[in-house]
Design a protein around this ligand. Structure first.
Ligand SMILES: *Cc1c(COP(=O)(O)O)cnc(C)c1O
Length: 363
């Protein structure tokens, strides 16, 4: 076995103990005589799996009792439409912050549906090198909700604070930072996240929604997008993404075994600090993100020369450091260092960066 350090932004690395546990149960789960992939989602064995997944996630994130946990399909992108469809009837309008590509897509999706949506802040003119400062007075007092993307996967930025929205529900896309550190769920009306960044393989979308927000759905909306229907049916209105939920459960179990999200944060902070400290200590590589907006999960950097950037990603790949090429829309490099990336992976990356800088002087 020759596993590489995989810096992919998503789908991304999974913890080795999780993969090994899944492998050991792949063909035959417990006494069931079949794989989890082959089980009826209504069978007692599977009911226990999905229940355990929810119980573990609630413990991990300290989710208050008045929030529902939904395991859905369609990716985070489907929630770009589901959010307005479920919430806009509160007041008929909604506000958005555009801090990168995904929040821009979320905003456009709501706009496309013909709703009264307003972008109240954006850092587009600064190439999204930081997240906007959002204060309560910027939000329309009669907005149904404020939507933000908490960690901007492509640009490597993150909110260092949770915007205070007063009574207006805060809706946040946490796809690339979910379960990377403790977060106060009670500050949010809705949290959603695609699984494939930091939680499980692709195929499952997590939605955590405060119960009082389940009552605004448009009657004509597609049933599959209606959180209330999914909540009333314990995410089993139709067949859920069974195997991905099982994998998520193994990931939750792994983190709980390590000591929970406090420990996870400590480990993630240590990795991110190592990399940012190196970036700050030299001038061959440039880290474009403003310091107060730096992401702990996605670290972006450039050499300032597109050809060198290309060579970097290609040579790093040959050295067993995979998927360091930045997003196709921004170029440069991006190291995604999610929960499953070991500290040694970041050490190996920095050693490679030093070697590359020494071997490729800039003209
Ligand atoms: C990857 C990502 C998405 C898109 O997720 P899909 O599951 O592919 O739809 C949305 N938002 C953020 C922040 C992401 O990182």
């Amino acid at each position: 076995m020759n596993r590489v350090f995989n810096f992919s932004a998503g789908p991304s690395m999974l913890p080795l103990p999780v993969l090994e546990k899944a492998a050991s149960e792949l063909v035959c789960y417990g006494e069931s005589g079949m794989s989890v992939m082959e089980m009826s989602h209504r069978s007692p064995d599977y009911e226990a799996i999905i229940k355990d997944a929810e119980v573990m996630l609630r413990r991990l994130m300290n989710i208050p009792d008045n929030y529902k946990v939904l395991f859905l399909q369609g990716g985070a992108s489907t929630q770009f439409a589901a959010v307005p469809l479920n919430l806009i009837n509160r007041t008929g309008k909604a506000d958005y912050v555009v801090s990168g590509q995904f929040s821009g897509k979320a905003f456009k999706e709501a706009q496309k549906m013909g709703y009264d949506v307003k972008c109240i802040a954006t850092t587009k003119d600064d190439n999204f090198d930081h997240v906007p400062t959002v204060t309560r007075d910027m939000i329309r007092p009669d907005a149904s909700y404020l939507h933000i993307c908490f960690n901007n996967t492509i640009y490597g930025t993150k909110y260092s604070y949770i915007p205070d929205t007063g009574d207006i529900p805060l809706v946040a896309d946490l796809s690339s930072c979910i379960i990377s550190e403790p977060i106060d769920v009670s500050k949010f009306g809705v949290i959603y996240a695609g699984a494939q960044k930091n939680m499980a393989p692709a195929g499952m979308t997590l939605v955590i929604v405060r119960e009082d927000l389940l009552n605004y759905a448009d009657e004509k909306m597609p049933t599959m997008l209606e959180w209330k229907t999914m909540a009333e049916n314990d995410s089993m209105y139709n067949t859920p993404p069974c195997y991905t939920i099982y994998m998520a459960k193994l990931v939750y179990e792994w983190i709980l075994g390590l000591g929970g999200l406090d420990v996870m944060k400590e480990m993630n902070q240590k990795k991110a600090n190592l990399l940012y400290d190196y970036l700050d200590s030299q001038d061959y590589y440039i880290a474009p993100v403003k310091k107060d907006s730096r992401s702990m999960m996605n670290v972006t950097f450039v050499t300032g020369n597109a050809d060198l950037d290309k060579k970097f990603a290609s040579e790093a790949g040959k050295a067993g450091l995979k998927n360091l090429k930045g997003h196709r829309s921004v170029g440069g490099m991006r190291a995604s260092i999610y929960n499953a990336m070991p500290y040694e992976g970041v050490e190996a990356l920095i050693a490679f960066m030093k070697e590359f800088a020494a071997n490729n002087p800039k003209a």
